[in-house]
Design a protein around this ligand. Structure first.
Ligand SMILES: [Zn+2]
Length: 90
């Protein structure tokens, strides 16, 4: 009988995880559509380390309105954004 309960439980997990994957896909699609409709105004663009947990910094230019990464900052722009950490990069 326990095997049956396990199977039922696994089926529940399977169905739920598939639903969530679908929801994520839908959400990502909606996010993409909304980000594509954004004009990414120049004054809202800022430089952000998109993977602060990764150890090595990965800077991107990010739109402050929609949150989309819109490009790569120059060394100068990174320096300005990081500024004053006492840790100048070459
Ligand atoms: Zn934008």
């Amino acid at each position: 009988m326990e095997i049956m309960i396990d199977k039922k439980n696994n089926d529940d997990i399977k169905i739920k995880s598939q639903q969530i994957v679908e929801e994520i896909k839908n959400g990502e699609k909606q996010l993409e559509e909304i980000q594509n409709s954004c004009r990414h105004p120049h004054e809202e663009i800022y430089v952000k380390d998109i993977k602060p947990e990764a150890g090595s910094c990965q800077y991107r230019k990010v739109c402050g309105v929609c949150g989309k990464a819109v490009g790569y900052p120059s060394q100068e722009e990174i320096k300005n954004a990081v500024g004053g950490t006492g840790n100048p990069t070459e």
